[in-house]
Design a binder for this molecule. Structure first.
Ligand code: TXA
Ligand code: MG
Length: 376
């Protein structure tokens, strides 16, 4: 396939914006693929109602076709066209968080092909807030199926640079904006259960969702309790994961990523230095050494840490930022930067230890999935 058409979009140039969005919308209408920015991560979009277009998405990503796609809409009428049983809770959540980083799962109408939903009778829907994403959906005039724009299994893409590097030979057009503001994917919440159940954590937390649908504090607390019961009930302990994407390898850089405590990271670095000085294998006497298939030189090791802790480890550090927001925004980009630098082993701290925010818990969910020493 010839390379993708690449369009850099700059705010303010309205004429140019309109022309680009028209041509991008036409590609979608004609069954093609367009990578576009969203506030969470870049998406790889195609017509959600066309089975062949959906197949092109799976092919471009190298993604198993039983892993369903998120359908992006630009207004609530588009939602009504594809989803059934949109209840009062969903309406409250739409009013509070759309457009924005919340994906809701509904029973689907027949209009949505099985290719888009991976054969499920439900469909995941989200209204993104990024103006380029919204404008693309409006220009196309139809809902756009879009998973994250990375090759399956790799870290999600949050910048135009990596969209081009990884995907230019695989899609028809790439729309480049600033880096994605949030940096991790949307919260996925199942609206077909008795109480809305978060299947993939994100910026909007399970508690945010319950607080939004509850009338008052008393109802909120009742909902929290009922949710716990629901989670432990037989119904939710099904062998099949409810969100099929949860069972696949995720977010993996080429480097090995190992999640350790600060003390373990320090001890590992000290031990590696000692081994080097004594002419022993570098990973000799290390707990995690069995997980690696090859020796990694100290030069190819980096510690992923925060501004606050970056002086704790000597020279091998990369800071993700000074607060949860920055850590989330930078995570996937920095993992890709490290791959580009040729780093082979990443030690990562548990960022949620010091900052118990629900957003950092969602960020740590991505890191745990990428880590080779954690069975997720
Ligand atoms: O922020 C985002 O959500 C980004 C941007 C592009 O919007 N998209 C994204 O899509 O992350 P993707 O395909 O990488 O992740 C979609 C997740 C997967 O874990 C998938 O299994 C789950 O949502 N999902 C999609 N449809 C579902 C359904 N009907 N039932 C359960 N889970 C579903
Ligand atoms: Mg993804």
């Amino acid at each position: 396939m010839a390379g993708a058409i690449i369009n850099y979009i700059s705010a303010g140039e309205l004429e140019q914006f309109k022309t680009i969005m028209e041509s991008a919308g036409n590609i979608i209408k004609n069954g093609g693929t367009v990578i576009f920015p969203t506030e969470t991560v870049y998406g790889l979009g195609a017509n959600a109602l066309d089975p062949r277009a959906a197949k092109r998405i799976y092919k471009a990503k190298g993604r198993p076709s039983d892993n369903p796609l998120i359908v992006h809409v630009s207004d609530c009428q588009m939602l009504e066209e594809i989803a059934l049983e949109i209840g009062p809770d969903a309406r409250k959540l739409m009013a509070a968080y759309w457009p924005g980083p919340l994906t809701m799962i509904f029973y689907k109408k027949d209009l949505v092909p099985n290719e888009t939903t991976g054969g499920l009778e439900t469909v995941a829907v989200r209204m993104p807030s990024n103006p380029i994403a919204l404008s693309l959906i409006e220009e196309a005039g139809l809902p756009i199926a879009a998973p994250s724009a990375n090759i399956s299994g790799r870290p999600s893409i949050t910048s135009g640079k990596y969209a081009i590097e990884e995907m230019a030979d695989r899609v028809d057009m790439i729309l480049v904006d600033e880096d994605s503001e949030i940096g991790i994917e949307s919260t996925v919440v199942d609206m077909t259960t008795k109480i809305p159940l978060v299947l993939r954590p994100g910026k909007i937390s399970q508690k945010d969702i319950l607080r939004t649908i509850a009338e008052d504090q008393e109802e909120y607390e009742d909902l929290l309790l009922a949710l716990e019961e629901m989670r432990f009930s037989k119904e939710s302990n099904e062998a099949e994961p409810r969100s099929p994407g949860m069972k696949y390898t995720h977010y993996s850089p080429h480097a090995y990523l190992i999640l350790l405590t600060t003390e373990e990271i320090r001890a590992s670095l000290t031990q590696m230095k000692k081994n080097l000085a004594q002419g022993q294998p570098l990973m000799h006497a290390m707990d995690w050494a069995d997980l690696l298939e090859r020796e990694v030189h100290l030069d190819k090791v980096r510690v992923l840490t925060t501004e606050k802790n970056k002086n704790d480890y000597g020279e091998h550090v990369l800071s993700l930022g000074s607060n949860g927001k920055e850590i989330g925004k930078n995570l996937f980009k920095k993992l890709r930067d490290l791959d580009e630098e040729g780093v082979e082993l990443i030690f990562c701290e548990d960022f949620a230890k010091e900052d118990p925010s629900e957003f950092l818990a969602a960020v740590m969910n991505r890191i745990r999935k990428a880590a080779i020493n954690i069975d997720y």
